[in-house]
Design a protein around this ligand. Structure first.
Ligand code: GLA
Length: 383
């Protein structure tokens, strides 16, 4: 990909590339909607991702072009920027805006992006482009940011510039992922372990429901505020920084403080999901894949019934998997409201799975899924 993009850069800008970067997308194995509640999550980077090639220019202009979108822009190098419209280049522009608060950017840049993470599919195409921009600027201008500051800055861009109150999971996974490994990340302390992701006779299949994620951002922010409401209800009696400080056993001692039925359901999911990740980490560590798969199904059920972020398309995929002999666990991954599910699929069954699931899904939903057999890849790097 790098060679092709480098050639395109030359054709587009009439000068040579000086630096090239790659960042992946991610899937989350388990631990959904708990990163912004200080929970434990278990994401890994995938081999699909974002590429950026760039070179300085002498006219103090930032030029953003992508092979994925017709929209492009050239913006004068300033001290600050605001989001305009919903075009893709707002993500990297937000990174410039954030970095310019504390760092000088001495030259303009010509940039060409390309990504093969399906957009809006819940595989973190936005975290991938935010992190690549932060990684590239830090590297190119020797800004001296530590590795952990890159995902934190990218998250800030998503929260403040883009307006989605996401947690740290996606940006962290994209920056810190390692091939064949999962990350067990405590989103409260940011302590993490890189663990082997040995799936034995199984592959990780990613199933894209191809459902357009309309209104997903406002529904996401609504869930975040429901969790904040639960926390402040609980804090009338106890002192917590976040919901995941309680396990389910302790939570039920105080849950009467949450009077709103919907808010109670949300908080119950959060606390139980965090308990499940603890169990899942142990199961993965001891090679108990069937137990891991069982926890994946339980996670999906909770996201359906208590957190209400799945929808007919994701449920149809997971329903199929439950009855399909060669899958031992499946669940939605990411924010939900459409997007992707993941499944632990017996090696060798890819073609059969794809055919049968597609038939089943088309009959019920009216259009096909896309299926990718995923490799776990590396995090952000210069290439
Ligand atoms: C999105 C957000 C993450 C996380 C997941 C749900 O991917 O960006 O921070 O909250 O949803 O687990």
């Amino acid at each position: 990909m790098k060679a092709e993009l480098t050639q395109k850069f030359l054709e587009t800008y009439n000068h040579e590339v000086t630096s090239s970067y790659f960042t992946p997308g991610r899937v989350n194995l388990i631990g959904e909607h708990i990163d912004y509640n200080g929970g434990l999550v278990m994401p890994c980077a995938v081999t699909m991702g974002t590429w950026l090639v760039m070179a300085p220019n002498s006219d103090k202009v930032l030029r953003f072009k992508s092979l994925n979108f017709p929209e492009e822009t050239a913006i004068e190098l300033k001290k600050q920027y605001t989001k305009t419209g919903s075009e893709w280049f707002n993500y990297p522009l937000g990174v410039f805006n954030e970095l310019l608060k504390d760092h000088e950017i001495p030259t303009g840049l010509d940039m060409l992006f390309y990504g093969n993470v399906p957009i809006g599919s819940g595989l973190s195409s936005s975290a991938s482009i935010e992190v690549i921009m932060a990684y590239a600027l830090n590297d190119y201008f020797n800004m001296g940011l530590e590795k952990i500051q890159i995902p934190l800055l990218a998250q800030k861009v998503e929260n403040e510039f883009i307006g989605v109150n996401c947690g740290i999971m996606d940006q962290f996974a994209v920056a810190f992922g390692e091939a064949h490994k999962a990350i067990v990340l405590n989103c409260d302390t940011l302590k993490y372990k890189i663990v082997d992701c040995e799936l034995g006779d199984y592959n990780l299949a990613i199933v894209n429901t191809n459902k357009p994620r309309k209104l997903a951002e406002s529904k996401y922010n609504e869930r975040v505020s429901e969790c904040q409401e639960a926390l402040s209800n609980l804090n009338t009696e106890i002192k917590l920084h976040n919901l995941c400080e309680l396990n389910y056993e302790k939570f039920v001692l105080h849950s009467h403080l949450i009077k709103d039925e919907t808010v109670l359901k949300r908080a119950t999911h959060v606390v139980k999901e965090n308990d499940r990740v603890n169990l899942a980490a142990k199961a993965l560590n001891s090679g108990a894949l069937e137990e891991f798969g069982r926890l994946m199904y339980a996670s999906h059920q909770s996201l359906k019934d208590l957190y209400e972020v799945t929808g007919a398309e994701l449920d149809t995929v997971v329903d199929f998997c439950r009855d399909y002999d060669h899958v031992i666990g499946a669940r939605m991954t990411g924010a939900g409201f459409g997007g992707c599910a993941i499944a632990l699929l017996k090696k060798g069954m890819e073609e059969d799975f794809s055919k049968q699931l597609t038939d089943y899904y088309v009959k019920r939903i009216g259009y096909p899924v896309d299926i990718y057999i995923s490799e776990i890849g590396n995090g952000a790097s210069a290439i």
